[in-house]
Design a protein around this ligand. Sequence first.
Ligand SMILES: [Zn+2]
Length: 463
Amino acid sequence: MIFPSPSHEGRFFYSTIQRGILGRNKTITRNKAVRQYDIPWGRTMSSPRYETSCVERFLRYVKINTQSQEGGTRFPSTQGQLTLQQMLAEELREMGAAEVDLDRHGYLFATIPATSQKSNVPCIGLLAHADTTPGISSEQVTPLLHHNYQGDDIVLPNAPEIRIRAQDNPDLRDQIGNTIITASGDTLLGADDKAGIAEILAAAEYLLGHPEIAHGKIRIGITPDQELGRGTQHFDTERFGAYRAYTIDGQGLGQLQTESFCADTLHIEFTGVSAHPGYAKGKLVNAVKLAAEFIHRLSATDFNPEATEGREGFAHPAHIEGNAEHAKVSLLIRSFDVDGLHTIASKVEAIASDIMAEHPGAQLTSAVQPGYRNMCEILDAQPQVVERAKRAIERAGLRVRHEPLRGGTDGSQLCFKGLPTPNLFAGQHNFHSKTEWISTYDMHKAVEVIIELCREWEECTPD
Ligand SMILES: [Zn+2]
């Protein structure tokens, strides 16, 4: 593997890595020069240890349209998800998985039986989701392979105006010489989370074909409608039966996420004062205009998604509906702690109240719909599940990127249903967009981490 050379000092270090003088696994985690020269997280010289089918699987799975759909009462929300789940069920049976079961809600569970001589290795769950975001088409995805990537912007043939810019994608710097997969410009790619599915099934196939690798019982779970926030709505943790689990639904190489947002939805409803518009002078209070004024003032605050990053929370007006009499704005409120959630919600309500004070006769109602909570509330008390994941990443020769997730996963909800579930990287980048990309190298490393994770749990279990 070839590395770019951003600085003179860095060049020495890179070439040292390339020649392997510092040795596998030691280069990234133990050499202080790493931070000094700003070598990106996760970089490694090690080749993937296991040869698996993850890329071939991924290229097939993305072609099935599993876009989920807001509204509606069906579960799962779209037929395409069931089509993919049926195909995965068939593939799991063919590779020799046990207890393959696709239930009426579209949850696919399966088992890789234990190979360990030890009787008390805990059962570990591996989870990914079948759907893609409702916001962008995943119909007729055409995956494109860009071999031997050389650091340039990537042009998508069906939308030349959309480029994957190297300067906007710092993780691309790690991919020189690798194969990058993108869509063709019309659709998203669907690496979120078909990469996770492909990696889990490839790891399963490898483990089933290599019974000499000792591991405990492994449960596989592929969930529907995760992108709608409903991925665990019908998830039966008893039936799944895992002691601890991991979602494979994260981003760059080496990423481990044990913190997610806390999430609520705040519904603000304005009721105006009706009047015939021809005779409205001095009487009409138009709810559409109240809502517009509210959005306008909200846009001037510093808690907008467009203005926040890292550990900052936000209020995101995601939906608006109404007429001159009633107008309702639904806002996604996000923060890493519950206090922050309440603070942002109070500020939003204060803006709405100010507008009310200026328009006598108008009315305001506000309602909070609770969502998920930061999984660290549970995972902080379960250091073992996090520690094993860190070890697995290191065993694959990667540096752990411990980053908070500015969103939620199935794990955010499963943690509070009694199944502690951090999130591991799948290799997704620019998810929920037409510029989505993934590297085949990162996918192979994700499979390696999954296999090492299964081994780690077995090895850490006393006889
Ligand atoms: Zn996802």
